[in-house]
Design a protein around this ligand. Structure first.
Ligand SMILES: Cc1ncc(COP(=O)(O)O)c(C=O)c1O
Length: 366
């Protein structure tokens, strides 16, 4: 069975601590998963509701309107050279992450590089095809003779770390030398907090300053789950090198990987509207400031976290101990070891609770 090859589902391991947190008399403050709590904007739900009569099969690539909307957003947001790339829909970016090694035809002789501290699904996707996994944050630290796929994640989950232009360039050169594909998961690209305030905004791997307008071997993922609070719709984009996208699309057509027509219609509205995304971003910025103050007061150090949807924190003890300590106050976070051995002494707290709950954190931790 495929499941035999896969690790325990991290959030199942959290259940004993979750049980303690849920039993708090004032209720659970769940910062563990990162699932959006805010309603979807009307401009999006309206587009979905006008397209409920979805009797026909949709297109695997995405409708013409969706491809145009993704293209416009990418040109505006990533600095990609117009007409130089292709973009298709995926059923959320998790699906693209977990299936990418399969779609690229990798197997048990393949090597996949993932970040030292990483979203767990990069490793899962490699395990699906029985590829070897190497953790590294810079190409100079990879000694393997042959690499087939490199995952980058900037801004990163869980740390909020940003890959600078030089690092992105180094990975592109490395990928080309190995004839590998480099995919940058950029689903938090627009949640940039202090990173932009300090003059170092996150840069897309599609940006012409990074790739000089040559997208060979390069892909990027972008998602509507957090930008537009649309996690339940399952909507994301796979973009980059034209020939690579063409091959991936052919495989996706055979596999029946088609985003629902209702989601596609809603996504056209979402990619095309910046107002709702800016409103959502401001909501997260406010929650983030409240959480920062509360956790700093409670003795946590916040590391990295200058972009993205999470606070990456430590009390210089095992993250499981910190998580258990917080659970007695009804606050549930993810232990850093979920994301790799180097995350052991950290916890990750998501900005995705209601204002009411987030405002309770500091008084509970007094
Ligand atoms: C780094 C990263 N990539 C991908 C995903 C998947 O997002 P979605 O499938 O909702 O687009 C997540 C979700 O938390 C994530 O943190």
């Amino acid at each position: 069975m495929l499941s035999d090859r896969l690790p325990d589902f991290p959030w199942d391991l959290l259940e004993p601590i979750a049980k303690i947190a849920r039993s708090h008399p004032a209720g659970l403050i769940d910062l563990s998963v990162g699932t959006p709590v805010d309603s979807v904007a009307e401009v999006i739900t309206k587009a979905a509701s006008l397209n409920l009569d979805a009797h026909a099969y949709g297109l695997s690539a995405g409708s013409k309107g969706l491809i145009a909307a993704q293209t416009n957003w990418l040109i505006k947001t990533t600095g990609v050279v117009e007409e130089n790339f292709n973009t298709i829909a995926s059923i959320g970016s998790k699906e693209a992450v977990s299936l990418m090694p399969l779609l690229l035809g990798l197997g048990s002789n393949s090597v996949v590089v993932i970040p030292e501290i990483a979203y767990p699904t990069y490793e899962v996707g490699a395990k699906v095809v029985q590829a070897e996994v190497i953790r590294a944050d810079h190409p100079d630290l990879v000694s393997a003779k042959k690499v087939d796929l490199v995952w980058l994640n900037s801004p990163g989950n869980p740390t909020g770390a940003i890959a600078d232009i030089e690092t992105l360039k180094a990975w592109i050169m490395f990928a080309r030398k190995h004839n590998a594909v480099v995919v940058c998961d950029e689903c938090y690209l627009t949640l940039d907090w202090e990173a932009s305030a300090s003059g170092q905004p996150p840069v897309s791997i599609l940006d012409k300053r990074v790739n000089n307008g040559d997208l060979s071997n390069i892909l990027a993922l972008h998602s509507l789950s957090k930008r537009s609070s649309m996690a339940g719709y399952r909507a994301a984009a796979i973009s980059g090198s034209k020939p690579l996208i063409e091959k991936i699309l052919l495989a996706r057509k055979h596999l029946g990987l088609i985003s629902s027509s209702v989601t596609q219609a809603a996504s056209v509205a979402a990619w095309g509207d910046e107002d709702h995304a800016e409103t959502q971003k401001q909501i997260y910025a406010k929650r983030r400031a409240t959480m920062q103050a509360a956790f700093l007061n409670a003795g946590f150090e916040i590391k990295e976290s200058s972009a993205g949807l999470y606070l990456w924190m430590t009390r210089n003890e095992d993250g499981w101990e910190s998580a258990a300590w917080l659970a007695q106050f009804g606050i549930l976070v993810a232990p850093g070891s979920f994301y790799g051995p180097k995350g052991k002494n950290f916890i990750r707290a998501a900005l995705t609770e209601t204002d009411e709950r987030i405002n309770q954190i500091s008084e509970r931790l007094m």
